[in-house]
Unconditional design. Structure first.
Length: 170
């Protein structure tokens, strides 16, 4: 009997289950789409929905009736909560800047599960968990490429010219 058992066990220990769900949510927020078994996706969906709702609490509309000191404390608390539950600064930043504003008008239901055919090896129900208002794959690639180029140190071109000049002199 599973009376009063609110946690899906997924045949894993508590630490393993927590780490797996955390990794799935981080991948969902980074790529905006993941594929796994439906049982895992249902658990990850509830966790992701709570995380996105927490990020939305930092929007100005939700903080309008607070004074400045309370507003700063609330923003700091929500940011620390997200960082402690996700552990990835890049994802927390994306969540607070991009995703929370994208889902500002939506009350809930930020994700959806699309069922796929069962896995042939063990007949497990498979599915895709994706954000409802997600960016296309090309937009995500362009965004990550621009971040890489911005953080990449610029190289000087003088040594290359010197090598070409030496080759031309010979």
């Amino acid at each position: 009997m599973n009376k009063r058992n609110k946690v899906k066990q997924l045949n894993r220990s508590a630490d393993h289950r927590k780490a797996m769900i955390q990794n799935m949510v981080i991948s969902l927020l980074r790529h905006e789409r993941i594929e796994s078994s439906v049982a895992k996706l249902k658990v990850a969906r509830s966790y992701a929905e709570r995380i996105i709702t927490r990020a939305k609490r930092n929007l100005d509309a939700n903080l309008a009736n607070l004074d400045e000191q309370k507003k700063k404390e609330t923003i700091l608390h929500n940011t620390r909560y997200l960082y402690s539950h996700l552990g990835d600064q890049e994802i927390v930043t994306k969540l607070l800047t991009d995703l929370s504003s994208r889902f500002a008008e939506r009350v809930g239901g930020y994700t959806r599960i699309i069922r796929l055919v069962n896995r042939p090896s063990d007949n497990t129900a498979m599915g895709i968990l994706e954000l409802v208002d997600r960016k296309t794959q090309d937009e995500l690639k362009a965004e990550s490429k621009s971040k890489r180029e911005a953080s990449k140190p610029k190289k000087e071109e003088k040594p290359k010219k010197a090598k070409k000049e030496k080759a031309a002199a010979k």
